[in-house]
Design a binder for this molecule. Structure first.
Ligand code: SF4
Length: 682
């Protein structure tokens, strides 16, 4: 977590509304003449002007926009340009949130284009048009070199960084530093403190480096890129950063401090916003596993097994918690998970130790205090400041404090049985979007937009708009098969269904030589097809996404699939291939979706459906239909990445008809091989 401090020795003037106001006191004709048309760096694509006008209108009204804009609409530049004009005129700032580092790079590249068109001196003195912010894991040379630190959470890394900087600072100012402490000083931070940043500032403001460029520059000069970025953020009109910088309230506060700006003076843009509700739910949930209880027990023994209440020691508490988890597993687990009655854990602990609820709260506080002491001891030895005892304390506190309306409590099975407090309401943290000066939430697959607005807690007067892709609609066809399904009870009743689906896949796989991805609704279903020999019947080179594949392995697999023209790739819907990768031109031309990716009817999912039913009267629509629609659209969306792309999508499931409204132009197919051949002949 970032620290609430300004870099030592950094006295550069910050870009702030106040500075901008002072600059604006002098008549600024350039600002008056600034228009979107005068700086937009490309020829407008079809429909792009409408998007830009809408965003400008919403931002200047101080409102919010949930917007789906199809492939090829140029979302990034369409959002940045009006936001930039509005921000310059109203002396505000912009935060542009992305999911991946490559999207940050794209933002900076687009800003460079805009910069070429911006009148000179339009920015206040000492300011930078834009900067990319990343986390310590990407930027800290010490973390990158140390495998233990590389496993640290943002909070743990923040603590260790803070310690290393503190020592470096004391070394610089000549304060006492012990021989034990000296090796822990961060030389990269020390270098930042004494570095003359004027040259860096002029390089950054003239060249607009990408985060990678800044990283390279810092590596060359042995500077901490994280600290340098913090310094630069102060002077940046636009900051592009990962979601966590806004949706973790502590990190957000640091970011606002670094920017020297109030939240209402910032326009917020969220890219790939369809990810936000689930990101927010996960960020607001917590788990306690059998594994971490074992680790906490080991930690307790190593640190003299501290007492947490009269006669109760940490190891004993861990043993009881493990027993309770197994007991809950036996009592409440239905399939993958099960509901745990809200206060059951507290009642069980109080009865086992014969203590009151007040004593239980004291016990939790003791766990936290012992955990903090262990974290400090480890930090002082230059180790990752991790304490499993602290994690247990934090989990029990969270469990105890979570309300039953917006959180559900679960036991989950697996090799590592877990208790989970799951957040049902993303608005617990996303509602902060309404506090920004304006916000734009955009994605290629955001429909149904009212569900997104309601789930994220945006105001009811939020604008919800859909903008179509400018690419020829005939370039993408969508079919579904009405005579097959992967519906669980029908598969159980009709043993011929799976062989029929497999025959279709084989015929389609052999019916074309176009690069094809077969998307399955689960790894289990994919395995069934592979085990039944489907791959041997397809006379083409095949590749297969495997469960738990690490990112480099996955990228290698995808690259090989792209290199071997006309091959077939097996992947899962909702996975990294279906949601995050681009396959332009002939890299992908056919997508076969085996089944509808409905969420599994787990206890967690039933709780979500119930929550939306109670809150909006739309349990099925919001908890089932909406996420399923987005997954279908994401998978099909891999086919068309530019205006020359052509794609054939076929969903092998009769239930697809329910999505007719969201899958524009969806057609029924009774002879899919013919339809496939006809499409590419045409
Ligand atoms: Fe890493 Fe040092 Fe920078 Fe902290 S100040 S992020 S420890 S290089």
């Amino acid at each position: 977590m970032p620290e609430n401090e300004h870099a030592y020795g950094s006295d550069d003037a910050a870009y702030s509304p106040k500075n901008a106001e002072e600059a604006a006191e002098e008549p600024n004709e350039k600002l008056d003449r600034l228009t979107i048309e005068s700086i937009f760096p490309y020829k407008y694509r079809q429909g792009q002007k409408n998007i830009i006008d809408k965003i400008y209108s919403v931002i200047t009204q101080g409102k919010h926009l949930a917007m789906e804009s199809g492939t090829g609409t140029g979302k990034t530049i369409s959002a940045i340009t009006p936001a930039l004009v509005a921000a310059l005129r109203s002396k505000k700032r912009i935060i542009y949130l992305t999911r991946t580092n490559s999207q940050q790079r794209q933002v900076i590249l687009e800003l460079r284009k805009l910069k070429e068109k911006l009148p000179e001196d339009i920015l206040p003195e000492n300011s930078i048009l834009g900067i990319g912010l990343q986390g310590r894991k990407n930027l800290c040379p010490l973390i990158r070199k140390d495998p233990e630190l590389a496993r640290g959470s943002p909070e743990e890394l923040s603590k260790i960084c803070s310690d290393k900087k503190n020592i470096a600072r004391r070394l610089l100012t000549g304060d006492d530093v012990t021989d034990d402490e000296r090796p822990r000083a961060c030389k990269y931070f020390g270098n930042v403190c004494v570095y003359d940043k004027s040259e860096l500032m002029s390089w950054v403001s003239s060249k607009l480096p990408t985060p990678e460029d800044i990283n390279e520059f810092c590596a060359k000069h042995e500077l901490c890129a994280y600290e340098i970025n913090k310094t630069l953020v102060k002077n940046a009109l636009l900051v592009t950063a990962p979601y966590i910088y806004v949706f973790n309230k502590f990190i957000r506060q640091y970011l606002l401090d670094w920017m020297n700006c109030n939240i209402e003076d910032i326009y917020l843009i969220i890219d790939e916003a369809h990810n936000l509700p689930e990101f927010a739910r996960e960020l607001s949930s917590a788990e306690l596993s059998i594994y971490s209880l074992g680790k906490a027990r080991d930690e307790a023994i190593k640190f003299n097994n501290p007492e947490v209440h009269e006669g109760i020691f940490v190891s004993e508490l861990c043993d009881h918690l493990q027993e309770i988890l197994y007991m809950f597993q036996d009592s409440y687990l239905m399939d993958d998970d099960g509901f745990v009655p809200p206060s059951e854990l507290e009642v069980e602990l109080m009865s086992r130790f014969t203590i009151t609820s007040k004593a239980l709260e004291e016990m939790i506080n003791e766990l936290l205090a012992h955990g903090t002491a262990i974290q400090d001891a480890r930090r002082k030895r230059g180790r990752l400041p991790r304490s499993y005892i602290h994690s247990i304390g934090a989990f029990l506190l969270f469990w105890h404090a979570s309300d039953t309306e917006r959180f559900t409590k679960l036991i989950r099975k697996g090799d590592n049985t877990k208790l989970e407090v799951y957040c049902l309401d993303p608005a617990v943290i996303t509602a902060v979007c309404s506090e920004f000066g304006a916000s734009v939430h955009m994605s290629g697959t955001l429909r149904p937009l009212d569900e997104y607005r309601d789930s994220t807690g945006l105001p009811t007067d939020t604008f919800c708009e859909r903008f179509e892709s400018p690419f020829p609609t005939g370039n993408l066809v969508k079919y579904y098969l009405p005579d097959v399904t992967t519906k669980y009870d029908q598969l159980a009743q009709n043993k011929l269904l799976i062989p029929k689906l497999q025959d279709y896949i084989v015929q389609l796989g052999n019916g074309t030589d176009k690069s094809t991805v077969i998307f399955f609704t689960s790894f289990g279903l994919m395995k069934r097809f592979v085990d039944d020999g489907v791959l041997n019947r397809i006379k083409r080179k095949t590749f297969q996404e495997l469960q738990g594949m690490r990112q480099p392995e996955l990228m290698e697999l995808v690259n090989r699939f792209k290199q071997v023209k006309n091959s077939v790739l097996l992947a899962v819907i909702g996975g990294r291939i279906s949601e995050g990768l681009d396959f332009p031109d002939e890299e992908l031309e056919v997508a076969l979706l085996v089944g509808i990716p409905y969420p599994k009817p787990t206890a967690k999912h039933r709780a979500l459906e119930h929550y939306y039913e109670v809150k909006f009267g739309k349990g099925w629509e919001y908890a089932v239909h909406a996420p399923t629609t987005r997954k279908l659209l994401q998978s099909i969306g891999r086919l068309i990445r530019n205006e020359n792309d052509r794609g054939f999508a076929l969903i092998l499931d009769s239930r697809t008809k329910r999505f007719q409204k969201d899958l524009d132009g969806l057609k029924e197919s009774w002879d899919p091989v013919k339809d496939l051949k006809d499409f590419f002949k045409g």
